[in-house]
Design a protein around this ligand. Sequence first.
Ligand SMILES: C[S@@+](CC[C@H](N)C(=O)[O-])C[C@H]1O[C@@H](n2cnc3c(N)ncnc32)[C@H](O)[C@@H]1O
Length: 278
Amino acid sequence: MTLRNLFYKISPNQRYYIRRFIYFPYDFYENITGKKQKYIPPRGMVFTGRGDYLKQANIFFQYFKQYCDLQPDYSILDIGSGVGRMAVPFIGYLNDDVNYEGIDIVKTGVDWCNKHISVTNPQFNFIHSDIYNDLYNTKGIIKGEAYTFPYKENKFDLVFLTSVFTHMLQAEVEQYIKEISRVLKPNGYCLATFFILNKESETLMNKTEDTFKFPYQQGDYSLMSLDTKTANVAYKQEWIESVLKENGLKIEQMRFGFWSGRQKENFPDFQDIIIMKK
Ligand SMILES: C[S@@+](CC[C@H](N)C(=O)[O-])C[C@H]1O[C@@H](n2cnc3c(N)ncnc32)[C@H](O)[C@@H]1O
């Protein structure tokens, strides 16, 4: 069994305590030496993936500017806000009278964001939705496919989901796209990352070693693991295109990533990125 599979087998709660335990010396050292940076959670609390915590946030912040014409008067919805990583570059950038809203299904992450970000930046607000997910929230009581975002229609200029649709099953993705279209202003932007299955990515994935693999085909999508279905999910390009079209979202750009074995020099992001406009 690989380390990844072992990781999927243990509960979110167990993962939390193991992470806190492993990173305790590092987090303790950062605290006592005063090296801990404001708005960055202790490493043991970061359940949203590895890598340089802020680097990706800064890269995506540039994408929001470059591809979604991000301006300081934009109202923002960060779906799957995790421990607030993507929010950090927005602090001090947004005008005081616009809102940055985050939604997540992991309460420890939402609580951390409200306690450490919202407390001094009241325009930032994070809410917990107790939605079931077999990787992140196995005790959740709400079904994502029936979830309505707690916001009125035409509210946001920019909605984004970084590495979130990659952990959601089909009916839930469909419902979220419907909801995104409802809460976006006309001409508003949505930027979302996916693992997109098309001829090129499927061919590359099957012939390249050391890439993500999605061996369990389920029609419009494929899974990495049958035991933990939302561990990682890849969707067929035609299906994504049709569900976006049905919901009035026009694709402005697709930037493929290197997850399937494309050359990193030409495809600098790991996941695929779709930029759409209402
Ligand atoms: C890989 S993490 C990415 C977190 C954050 N977007 C980032 O880039 O740092 C995936 C996040 O999606 C959240 N998530 C999974 N399913 C969700 C759902 N149905 N609604 C909202 N958030 C969800 C998880 O709790 C987790 O925080």
